[in-house]
Design a protein around this ligand. Sequence first.
Ligand code: COA
Length: 432
Amino acid sequence: MNWKDVYQEKLTTADEAVKRIKSGDRVVMGIGAGVSATLNEALINNHAAYQNVEIVNILPIIKTDYLKHELASHFHTNSLFVHNPSRKLVNEGIGDYTPCFLYQTPELWTGELPVDVAFIQISKPDKHGYCSYGIGVDYTKSAADQAKLVIAHVNDQMPRTHGDSFIHVSELDVIVEHSEPLLAPPTQPIGELETAIGKHCASLIQDGDCLQLGYGKIPDAVLSFLTDRKDLGIHTEMFSDGVVDLVNAGVINNSKKNFNPGKIISAFLLGTQKLYDFVDDNPSVLMYPVTYTNDPYIAGQNDNLVSINGCIQVDLLGQVASDTMGMQQFSGVGGQVDFVRAAAISKGGRSILAMPATAKGDTISRIVPFLDHGAAVTTSRQDVHYIVTEFGVANLKHKTLKERARALINIAHPKFHDELKAAFEQRFNVAF
Ligand code: COA
């Protein structure tokens, strides 16, 4: 049968599509704006038909009514990256968080978390019947490859991206057509603090470097300090609008990349329509699964790879907590360790973990003698390289215990210097 006939045969409404989901099924959705708002809404509206449908996703910017207490018997959240709406449920013990390196998430689909249903949001088909995963190839493509049922939202506003980004109409089980703009996350104004941190991070970036940047105010601030650099490249898990500005300014051209020269490599995208227009049918941007973008041994083939990510707390040994605040699961490991390790493998590579020196209106130091009770180490002291705060840069790589503690205290807020120095002297039995 012609693929166009196959397509027509599979077409239905969102309300009908979600009736195929059964109680106890696991539904895997994508990341961020890649999650289909249309399918999600139909799922929530149909809640009365389900008991214990498990929802797995990362940072969805959709209606999160499935997290409401009153729907707890209908839906169970198993987050791979806890965020504001799911944080409460996970820390109450109702929802779950599964720690996993981002590059290994597809292993979940063939291991602990088999996929019953994959919700995917894709572009309209090309003349050969191939739809593009657009802004979200990440783990979504592998989830669809493994799923018993693939429910596809075909959105003509989803850009068509290049790379390993396609699925054929014949591989879809159910198709829902709905045109809607991709969601954009709320914009975060960059303040003086992020500017100061961004400036220190940027001081570690040289012409010709290949960058991985996480999402948020600090990465955006870093990019704003790179306008005078030349020949930067991108190999990352995600990027946002700031990268588009630097491409347009001629700063990012990927010309010095030894691995995938001339190409930006990413797994998902999170930004505004400007970003989504930039990647549409743009052969200089290749979208790949996280098994490619984030595998340290693949990403580490880029020379001079510089990774920049955020963290929550660092102890005097250089152990970094990035996804817990004491007992509280605050976010997720995401791709942080993937890229810290990739940068360590990369010839000339550097990893940067950045954070404000304090929290709660300067009443708490984030550089501490001991991680808060119950905190999990995200990046180990063997893996850590640069820690950056608004007070400067600490290079911890291959440093002794005392050297790293001194370097960290020097970038702590001055009001905590005395107590940190006292903790240093108590720990090491020598004067600071
Ligand atoms: N004690 C108490 N409160 C703390 C704290 C601490 N030790 N550390 C941070 N906080 C507070 C902050 O003051 C802030 O409060 P506010 O919202 O009232 O201002 C809040 O917690 C969030 O901290 P902030 O540093 O602003 O977080 P962020 O939004 O910049 O995110 C991470 C930082 C570390 C949570 C985030 O980068 C992350 O999850 N990283 C791990 C995953 C990763 O790096 N993945 C790779 C890229 S996806």
